[in-house]
Ligand binder design. Sequence first.
Ligand code: FAD
Length: 402
Amino acid sequence: QDSIVIVGGGLAAATTVNELREQGHTGTISLIGQEQELPYERPPLSKGYLQGNDKLEDFTVNPASWYQEHNVQLHLGVRAEKIDRENQQVSLSDGSTVDYDQLVLATGARPNLGGKQPFEGHDLPGVHLLRTVEQARALRETLSEDTQLAVIGSGWIGMEVAASARSRGARVTVYSPDEVPLAKVFGDRFGHHLLELHQRNGVDVRTSTRVDSIQETDGHLEVVSSAGTSRADVVLLAIGAVPNIELAQEAGLKTERGVIVDASLRSSDPKILAIGDIAEAFNTSLRRQLRVEHWDNAIRQGKLAAATLLGQDQSYDWAPYFFTDQFDLGMEYVGYSAPEDISVVRGDTETGEFIVFWLSEGKVTAAMNVNIWDVNDTLRGVLGKSIDQERLTDQSVDLAEL
Ligand code: FAD
């Protein structure tokens, strides 16, 4: 059986390994990950782990014993540095090489430092990034009632960290370049709902405020923004993520915003697959290339990669799914809406429990349930259907009847 090498020690990589062994693959499997830890899930890093409620073991995909029992060769704390496609070999940072019949790239993403021009002050002591458990631990240690935390960026990670830091008593300021955080993609009503939730819980959200730099003055940090200069003890830079596609690029694989792969996740070299946050994959339902930076996608593409490696005929055909938890708000979103899609709300946002549907040319493109549970699979079933807005928002119509 094929010798399979998987580069990247995250959720997508670990899911592929699990699935390969579960489906009876008996060939060699090597997993190469540059972090020291066994593969783990990242969503708790900005939520339960940062709040001090979850332990790393709670969200580690498999214990060490599982990899031993399933004969998986782990190379942790080791970086894959080069792919020799001709000889089907990967060179590692410890000087060794591994041969592959098939290779899976699952190198994930890293925090954006500001594009070509790194953000001024990003490397000062007290300025944090959040992608790894090590970074989450470092940030968690700084959070107490005495801390003034400045969060730069109002995307999901920034807003989740703001909520978690408040639960540890820290004073929190969020700097958002937008008029309403997250409204561009999730609509004004949801954006306002989230903004008010944060304000009610004591987060100082400075909207329409662009941060220019972080400075160090007399032993403390200062955030310099379009609204002036404010002091902070700790800063989190949360301005998005950049996919780790350099290894694929240097190997000459086709890349754009991610590694270009087909609907079975094969790259321009059929012996190499790409999955998870780095994959710009062809989605057969949406009929377009799509790169998705979400937990559910890492799991589903991990499973699909295993199917492809084992010669099964499956494809990337599902709608993206995403969730968040902030204060007492839990939300799930399924589908893919464009900014120009119409949104309608079922229920009352005042109560905190509602569903938003997005429509394009009368068809449902996406749906989001807020503090209403066990309905997301039903909402997934509504995607692509032509349903008139009155019926969608009429709460007397059962969701299952839509
Ligand atoms: P990753 O999890 O990034 O794993 C990639 C691994 O590969 C990393 O360990 C990296 O160090 C390693 N690597 C990179 N290059 C090399 C190399 N050359 N050699 C060896 N190893 C290498 N999604 C949601 O849907 N909901 C959420 O609530 C949510 N919360 C999140 C909170 C945080 C703080 C973060 C950071 C992400 C969150 N996500 C969430 C996104 C989700 O975690 C990612 O989509 C998911 O982790 C992607 O999995 P992956 O395996 O593709 O990449």
